[in-house]
Design a protein around this ligand. Structure first.
Ligand code: F6R
Length: 241
């Protein structure tokens, strides 16, 4: 794993965005694995800036999002579908048919996961996966558990995740309790992984992810054995190192 030291969130976003920029310049039809939440918002803003001045072209890019809440409609502002439209897709020339997010409205868990895995298989290996880091060490919505997960699955969100994400909802009880997420195995299949880590709240977990044992109790610790991971962390996130 390579740790890149950024000054603050803005700097971290710029560095992570530069990695995506390089990927897209090298391969116009890149498959990008994308995340939601606070961490990637600055990255998407920077990519939009480069698109608007003509430096980036999304017309051949395909995107696979990590996760979606279960039971939430695409038109719901809290859905990750809505998040991606608002923060990236509607601002660039990506083809809607090339953007994929698990179907949160599919009630049949097995079908939702199988459908998404079929898409991942069809699209091919993710060239670059962008990740945020959960305060409990999750990646995607792979919560701390007894074993590392494989492919797309339905997950009961950990209490710590519900609490951390309550800030996006009216109240804690409005946070969906379940989500569909890419499994750890699928994330690890990506050729390159960029993790953006910002803020003091992530400091303790970042230390464990970088220097602790590899354990499914801290899902992101598995990244230690991926051949090409760049962790971009700002000063606050590095404060416990
Ligand atoms: C989002 C996702 C999550 C977040 C993580 C950090 O698609 O998969 O793993 O990346 O919960 O969230 P933020 O960035 O809001 O701190």
């Amino acid at each position: 794993m390579k740790l890149v030291c950024a000054k603050d969130y803005e700097d971290a976003s710029y560095i992570a965005a530069k990695n995506i920029y390089t990927q897209m310049i090298k391969k116009a039809d890149s498959v990008l694995g994308l995340a939601t939440g606070s961490s990637p918002v600055g990255v998407y803003k920077q990519l939009i800036k480069w698109y608007k001045i003509g430096d980036l072209d999304f017309s051949d890019v395909t995107t696979i999002n990590l996760d979606e809440y279960r039971g939430i409609n695409r038109t719901d502002e809290q859905s990750y579908y809505f998040f991606m439209q608002r923060n990236l897709f509607k601002h660039v020339n990506i083809k809607p048919s090339n953007t994929y997010i698990p179907n949160g409205m599919e009630e049949d868990c097995q079908k939702a996961c199988n459908d998404y895995d079929a898409i991942i298989k069809k699209v091919g290996r993710i060239d670059l996966q962008l990740l945020g880091l959960g305060e409990n060490g999750h990646i995607g919505f792979n919560e701390p558990s007894e074993a590392f997960t494989g492919k797309t699955h339905c997950v009961d969100l950990a209490d710590s995740t519900l609490l951390a994400n309550a800030r996006f909802f009216k109240s804690l009880k409005d946070v969906p309790k379940q989500a569909y997420t890419l499994g750890v195995e699928s994330i690890m299949m990506a050729k390159k992984i960029i993790v953006i880590v910002s803020g003091e709240k992530k400091a303790d977990i970042l230390k464990k992810v970088l220097y602790g044992p590899i354990t499914p109790l801290i899902p992101a610790s598995i990244l230690q054995v991926h051949p090409d991971v760049v962790i971009v962390a700002d000063e606050a996130a590095r404060s416990a190192l």
